[in-house]
Design a protein around this ligand. Structure first.
Ligand code: 5GP
Length: 194
């Protein structure tokens, strides 16, 4: 997705060989024009899949997921990282190890919002080692719902998550695929293959 790649090139900050900071448009400040385009792109890619609900994880998955849900005319549910006082029982929970924070936390979703009739599209901001996606897949499995695929804004293809999920037969659609973060530069997959 060219608009996203331009934004990554112009505003992304390569923090190390494995971490890209995109605080100025996705992870802290949010660019609504870009989010709208991202939502429309996800909606287009999954338009024929009869998605009934989008599942994401707080907080950075919410804005792209919301825009995709708006375009598809369905609701979005986000997994919470902390249990709220009003959400103590009847939860699906899964453990997720965070790549950026290097800590394991429990994510949870109310049983009220996903059921066995749902066809779920999972959306997240980044795909690194796939732990967040696996946690969300685990929750969908507990609800006996079906996963139609996973939509990722930025996939770091040099990490294991994409292969791990695709080897499970899951459709993963990434709007930008980064082959390497080297010398402060972002190298997209197409550039490396060209
Ligand atoms: P995974 O679970 O696939 O290992 O990592 C994905 C999660 O970690 C995403 O939800 C995202 O919040 C965070 N993450 C992973 N890599 C990066 C990165 O390079 N930059 C930022 N900003 N977040 C990342």
């Amino acid at each position: 997705m060219d608009l996203l790649k331009q934004k990554i090139n112009n505003d992304g900050v390569v923090l190390s060989n494995s971490v890209l900071k995109v605080d100025s448009f996705l992870n802290h400040q949010i660019d609504p024009v870009l989010m709208k385009a991202i939502g429309e792109e996800f909606a287009e890619r999954f338009r024929l899949d009869k998605v009934t609900k989008i599942l994401t994880i707080e907080s950075s998955g919410i804005s792209p997921a919301l825009m995709a849900a708006l375009t598809l005319g369905i609701n979005v549910v986000f997994a919470r990282k902390r249990k709220s006082l009003t959400l103590v029982k009847d939860l699906y929970s899964a453990k997720v190890h965070s790549f950026t924070k290097n800590e394991t936390s429990e994510i949870s979703v109310s049983k009220n919002f996903i059921n066995e009739n749902d066809r779920i599209l999972i959306i997240d901001d980044f795909l690194a080692n796939g732990q967040a996606a696996l946690g969300l897949l685990n929750i969908v499995e507990q609800a006996k719902a079906e996963v139609v695929g996973i939509g990722i804004v930025i996939e770091k293809s040099f990490q294991d998550g994409g292969e791990l999920l695709r080897n499970k037969g899951i459709r993963v659609e990434s709007l930008a695929q980064i082959a390497a973060l080297e010398d402060g530069e972002v190298k997209f997959k197409e550039e490396v293959l060209a």
